[in-house]
Design a protein around this ligand. Structure first.
Ligand code: SF4
Length: 335
């Protein structure tokens, strides 16, 4: 199946210091560093990792909200990385984003109807009766009452505001939606409602999601496949069942171990595994050489400190960047 969207060697380095774009004295913050993956039509790809690993930057790069420093993005097999002006706007219709902070993302001075109508107007629609009818239909689809259009963002709860954000993202009928931590700012009691809404809308409108989150329980619920990022790099990709039941990368194993578990035995095992993954994520200004995870990895070997592991494929549909996994695979292949 042809991917809906594909990233090839996608890179984003932000200049820091030096007074100018990579001027004298500036250093590069390597937020995303040569990342490749694809999303199939209709699937939900979960993207997980600690804060600062580059996942939000990657989501924005994918839909051209920010410019990459290198690499390519394909939509339906056509490159969109170099597009400008109208050509880019046309493609943008197909790619929208739901932000983490629903309040910050909504203009407090605009009515909900105007907020949801704005993307249509940007793409040439008039504020006429058919356009307003389309906005009302969208508000209804996300579960907001008919009178919501006349109100302002501050008159809604957090969950309702996120419904407005979703309506705004979907009113152009996009095909790809980047959901950037869409429930992280919400009460736990509301999170499930928004996740269920996103799933219902996916079925109804045939959407494809990149679902970015640090909460692995939410990602497990909604995703078909999962990408794990560490310090600007992808370290593991697999279908949801494999990632949660048999993760191979030590970092993925640590993330899964940190997921709260119900039974006491599971809790004890998770605690034991968590202790082995102490330490903070290093700075993306100066990532460790070799495997970027080597400063925290309980299985670190000499080779890990000097040679960067590449994404290998220990099984169909499963990719891992780890020397230990490579070594075990070679062992298994020996006669
Ligand atoms: Fe750990 Fe080495 Fe694998 Fe990196 S490459 S995750 S340091 S074993």
């Amino acid at each position: 199946m042809t991917p809906l969207v594909e990233a090839i060697g996608l890179t984003k380095h932000f200049p820091v210091g030096g007074g100018g774009l990579f001027g004298r004295g500036a250093v590069a913050l390597r937020a995303v560093d040569g990342v490749s993956f694809a999303i199939l039509p209709g699937e939900t790809l979960g993207l997980v990792g600690e804060s600062g690993c580059g996942k939000s930057t990657l989501g924005r790069l994918l839909i051209r909200l920010i410019e990459p420093s290198g690499g390519t993005v394909l939509l339906d097999g056509s490159e969109i990385t170099g597009l400008r002006g109208k050509a880019l706007r046309d493609k943008r219709r197909a790619m929208q984003i739901v932000f983490q902070d629903p309040f910050g993302a909504l203009n407090p001075r605009m009515s909900v109807e105007d907020i949801v109508m704005e993307p249509l107007q940007i793409h040439g629609a008039r504020a006429d009766a058919p356009t307003r009818a389309r906005v009302r239909e969208m508000l209804d689809l996300v579960g907001l009452p008919a009178r919501a259009g006349t109100l302002f963002p501050h008159e809604f709860s957090g969950g309702q505001r996120q419904r407005i954000g979703i309506a705004r993202a979907l009113v152009l009928r996009p095909r790809l939606v980047v959901c950037d931590e869409p429930v992280s700012a919400l009460d736990v009691s509301v999170q499930a409602q928004i996740v269920n809404l996103l799933q219902d809308l996916q079925g109804e409108l045939g959407l494809t999601y990149l679902f970015i989150a640090h909460d692995l329980t939410v990602v497990k619920h909604i995703s078909d496949r999962v990408v794990v990022m560490y310090l600007g790099k992808i370290v593991e990709i697999a279908d949801k069942r494999t990632i949660y039941a048999a993760p191979l990368h030590p970092y993925t194993q640590a993330l899964i171990a940190a997921v709260p578990v119900g039974n006491p035995r599971g809790r004890a095992q998770a605690r034991a595994r968590r202790q082995r993954i102490a330490g903070d994520i290093p700075s993306a200004l100066n990532p460790p050489p070799g495997c970027r995870f080597h400063t925290r990895c309980p299985h670190v070997m000499d080779i890990c400190r000097t040679r960067e592991p590449v994404l290998g494929s220990p099984a169909p549909g499963h990719a891992v960047a780890c020397h230990l996994v490579d070594a075990k695979q070679q062992e298994n292949q020996q006669p």
